[in-house]
Design a protein around this ligand. Sequence first.
Ligand code: DX5
Ligand code: ZN
Length: 217
Amino acid sequence: MVKIAPSILAADFARLASEVESVRTADWLHLDIMDGHFVPNISFGPDVVKAVREISPLFFDVHLMVLEPDPYLERFKEAGADRITVHAEACRHLHRTLSAIRDLGVKAGVAINPATPASAVQPVLHLVDLVLVMTVNPGFGGQRFLPETLAKLGEVRLLAERMGIHDLELEVDGGIDRTTAGPAVRAGATALVAGTAVFREADRAAAIEALRRAARG
Ligand code: DX5
Ligand code: ZN
């Protein structure tokens, strides 16, 4: 079953509690952390993650768009992250950062931008349970899906299988809606992040169900 992960970046922050409550039928909650350096936007930090943790039982899928995130890993774990995903492009010592996340006792993920090849994650695949293939350039919600990124899903899957890794999650993030969900899943995605496609709809449960249906094809 493909996991649906609504991104609260597209939620109404003035009504965050009810917005989070409205997506309780999802599988994961996706939390986008932007630092204004790695990406040209600033979102929110561990205190907001902690506040949302108090009201949501969902699996917390924390996506750090943060340059050199090592000093902040523990704070996100303490705030309630179930998985911490870092960008391959943002870590000087990616292997060390992913090992540090695992040592904290949470799951680790590695993300790659549209211009980063699949081969960038090969040396660290044994350290992660998820690879996030960005389907837009990170920094903003509501951007147009980049179909040329999808070929990397099959490439990552092949690298993993060759290493004897069979349970890797492949997540896509950016521009995912009921039109692009099908192609993403057929290309190998097992988890779909969706901000705009969920939160712009009045009925969030129906929006999540529409994505599940689109994912089934
Ligand atoms: C983009 C973020 C995404 C974003 C997706 O930098 O990582 O998670 O919230 O938003 P949509 O689904 O609107 O493209
Ligand atoms: Zn994200």
